[in-house]
Design a binder for this molecule. Structure first.
Ligand code: GLC
Ligand code: MG
Length: 258
């Protein structure tokens, strides 16, 4: 009984939200171990599992098949702009409605066209609420000017730069953090019972939005590490281990796993 009290978290359901590339995925053996433990926790305690990735549905399916990822309770795709429940292939319309006011992709494309440094990503990654480019790190100095140009047209957008190459333009109401909060409130999990995990720029929103427990994997990108160093918090943990092994380490640190 005493043991159960001190290990309270381990027997309590929690909301688990994780990025995929270089976070959940990247160490095949640790991925299998973590997947088993999470699925057991879900069965026994009602823990909810969310994948949150920059990938489109097409690229998600590729990774899902390649790594045999188990089905999450909800899938957040395209950097938080699409939420899918229980394997459905229709995005949550309530979420789309929150993102659509003032979103003007044509105007965004007209403005971005003036910046030759921006190279459009493949068609599959252009989504209803996401316009994405490749931008080489050496040209990333244009970002303030680009943002200013977009703001001039009063577009309610945000820019997210990840991994020294990917630039996403999204509605202001959207990112991985906002999408996570939407699900957390829908399912009624406290921030203390929510864990978010990531490795790169588009994951900063997961860590920055509130006081959810954060796990930064040991292989995190410089942009996330820099943000973490500038915004230290005791509800965030920087793991030593990489990818899923870092997540297991963090879940133990917070007491969600034994
Ligand atoms: C994924 C997406 C890409 C996006 C990147 C960063 O790689 O496919 O469109 O720019 O994540 O969010
Ligand atoms: Mg990643």
């Amino acid at each position: 009984m005493l043991l159960m009290l001190t290990k309270e978290n381990a027997v309590t359901k929690f909301l688990f939200v994780t990025d995929l590339d270089h976070t959940l995925v990247g160490d095949d053996q640790a991925l299998v171990e973590l997947s088993d433990r999470l699925q057991r926790h879900r069965q026994q305690h009602g823990t909810k599992i969310v994948y949150s990735t920059g990938r489109s549905p097409l690229l998600y399916r590729e990774l899902q098949q390649e790594k045999n990822l188990f089905s999450p309770d909800a899938l957040v795709l395209s950097v938080g702009t699409e939420i899918y429940h229980n394997g459905s292939d229709i995005p949550d319309p309530e979420w789309s409605e929150i993102l659509s006011p003032g979103w003007q992709r044509e105007t965004i494309l007209t403005i971005t066209h003036k910046f030759p440094e921006l190279v459009l990503q493949p068609e599959s990654e252009q989504r209803p609420f996401k316009v994405s480019f490749f931008l080489k790190a050496e040209f990333s100095g244009i970002l303030p000017q680009l943002e200013a140009e977009l703001q001039k047209s009063q577009l309610n957008i945000k820019l997210i730069y990840s991994s020294g190459i990917d630039l996403d333009i999204l509605p202001l109401t959207s990112d991985k953090g906002q999408a996570m909060q939407f699900l957390r409130q829908k399912w009624k999990f406290a921030a203390e019972q929510t864990v978010v995990c990531g490795d790169s720029g588009n994951d900063i929103a997961l860590f920055a939005v509130g006081k959810e427990r954060g796990i930064i994997v040991g292989n995190a990108r410089p942009e996330l590490l820099q943000w973490h160093n500038q915004n230290p918090a005791d509800y965030r943990y920087l793991a030593q281990n990489f990818c899923a092994a870092g997540i297991i380490e963090g879940l133990k640190y917070f007491g969600f796993l034994e």
